[in-house]
Design a protein around this ligand. Structure first.
Ligand SMILES: [Cu+2]
Length: 152
């Protein structure tokens, strides 16, 4: 009887580990830097988490230093800054755009949704506006990566 119990718990343990391994294989690791007072940052983190990103959430009181470190041009700066697969993701960029970036792997530093566009993921506070997600490279070249229309 004791042996059976042991065997059963061993099987349960094995089951748990395989589930964990599965999650690790599908979720892409992402590090997010945000200031302690940013609430829309937390909402954006929930958005990417529900779209298969495993987030390492780092609270920083000196976001300017983070943006300088990762080479984000002033005019493209937003609230939080994320690092995923060597790319920089600035502000409320939709998860679908990040997935597109990771698949197409263009030669850019990263993506930004400059400012805090209303209606973008994490900025659903009633209003909605058209906004562009742009890519930027080391030489400061900025290009539209994807255009988003305001929802009705
Ligand atoms: Cu924000």
């Amino acid at each position: 009887m004791k042996v059976l119990k042991l065997l059963l718990s061993a099987l349960l343990l094995a089951g748990c580990t395989s589930i964990q391994a599965e999650n690790a294989a599908t979720d892409t690791e992402m590090t997010v830097y945000r200031s302690p007072t940013c609430s829309c940052c937390g909402k954006w983190i929930e958005h990417v988490k529900s779209n298969h990103f495993a987030v390492k959430d780092i609270v920083s009181s000196d976001m300017d230093a983070i943006k300088e470190k990762y080479g984000i041009p002033d005019k493209l700066a937003s609230c939080h800054t994320a690092i995923v697969d060597g790319y920089v993701i600035e502000g409320h960029v939709p998860a679908a755009d990040i997935q597109k970036l990771l698949t197409s792997k263009p030669n850019v530093v990263g993506l930004s949704a400059p400012g805090m566009p209303m209606g973008s993921p994490g900025m659903e506070m009633g209003g909605s506006q058209d906004y562009d997600v742009v890519s930027f490279d080391k030489d400061g070249k900025v290009q539209v990566f994807s255009a988003h229309k305001a929802s009705q």
